[in-house]
Design a protein around this ligand. Structure first.
Ligand code: SF4
Length: 345
């Protein structure tokens, strides 16, 4: 580890604090570009506590880029089951296959990193700095909150102008000698001390309190300014659960569906043919991205399991449901346990 030296007065304090208080997370105890990439993709939109278990399972099953590139999509989605935002898993697989096909490893430069599916500016900078010690700053929700308070930035955090200021602040604070530790220290400060509402920042435990403008001006509770959230769009879907001879009728959603494209799912009632539709078995409520979904599951009866009974519909053996139904929405719909473990039908 390189010595701490800085012209920004609070930089050494934060790095010392980080090295003392950083959580021991699996992607920090053994660092390589592959593990950093997987962890950063998983951490997009998902809490650290949830990611830990999934990360262990993922790198156990797919320990290297080459093993991942050779995996079946179904197996990758099965490990991802319950983590949500499944396009992340598909992008990992797509990127791994592309890199291996071209005989490359995880790149270390920003343009190449940002050319990988699912990798934006934040994720590229995180991989470059943590895995390759390249001097690129990160800006995620935690870092933005810390910076907005440290520099008392008012204004809408999502607006282009504030985002530009935040990136500029993140870059000007970056420790070029320890970019990986620095970026993680900023994120850790936001996660453990400079907490988001409704909690209050724990300023008395903060290593950089004396340099914080929000603290000095008594603005720690009002910054960053609250952003009005977009209301979830309500969607109602009616599907049918048809079971016969220990097989269940499933459909593969098309890749241009708005919700869960490409997923195995229960077929929608309107798309099946030759099925008698009966009583409501259960109603499942589920929130996904910007949608609040009400899924009505009706009982369906079919004479035999020979026909497909609708476009894109297939009879699937019950013991394969757990592998194929990866979203917790569909797992709840058929009565499988959701989350990481395998459930029973
Ligand atoms: S003093 Fe308080 S508001 Fe300022 S950075 Fe530290 S925890 Fe955040």
């Amino acid at each position: 580890m390189r010595p701490i030296k800085s012209s920004i007065p609070w930089r050494p304090r934060l790095l010392v604090w980080y090295r003392r208080h950083a959580r021991r997370l699996p992607w920090r105890t053994h660092v390589n570009p592959y593990r950093t990439w997987i962890s950063e993709i998983m951490l997009q939109q998902t809490q650290v506590a949830t990611v830990e278990g999934y990360f262990h399972a993922f790198v156990r099953k797919f320990p290297t880029l080459e093993v991942l590139a050779g995996a079946k999509e179904e197996d990758v989605l099965s490990i991802w089951a319950g983590l949500g935002y499944y396009s992340r898993a598909r992008n990992l697989l797509k990127a791994a296959r592309q890199l291996v096909r071209e005989g490359r490893q995880i790149p270390s430069e920003m343009p190449e990193l940002m050319g990988m599916p699912g990798v934006g500016r934040y994720t590229a900078a995180a991989i470059a700095s943590i895995a390759y010690h390249k001097p690129f700053a990160v800006l995620d929700g935690n870092v933005a909150r810390v910076l907005s308070r440290l520099f008392a930035m008012t204004g809408d955090m999502k607006s282009a102008i504030v985002q530009k200021r935040l990136w500029a602040a993140a870059e000007s604070c970056l420790d070029h000698r320890n970019p990986g530790d620095w970026n993680q220290a900023m994120m850790e400060l936001g996660a453990l001390v400079c907490l988001p509402p409704p909690e209050l920042p724990r300023c008395m435990d903060c290593p950089v309190r004396r340099y914080c403008i929000a603290w000095r001006r008594g603005l720690t509770r009002s910054l960053p300014r609250a952003v009005v959230r977009r209301a979830l769009k309500k969607v109602s879907i009616e599907v049918v659960f048809v079971e016969k001879d220990r097989k269940v009728l499933l459909s593969r959603r098309s890749s241009d569906e708005r919700l869960l494209p490409g997923h195995w799912a229960l077929p929608e009632s309107r798309s099946v043919t030759g099925v008698r539709i009966g009583k409501v078995l259960r109603v499942v409520r589920h929130s996904i991205t910007h949608h609040d979904i009400r899924l009505v599951v009706r009982e369906g009866t079919a004479r035999d399991t020979r026909g497909r009974l609708g476009q894109g519909c297939f009879w699937i053996a019950e013991d394969r449901l757990s592998d194929l139904l990866v979203s917790s929405l569909w797992r709840k719909a058929v009565g499988l346990s959701s989350g990481h473990g395998r459930g029973s039908v």
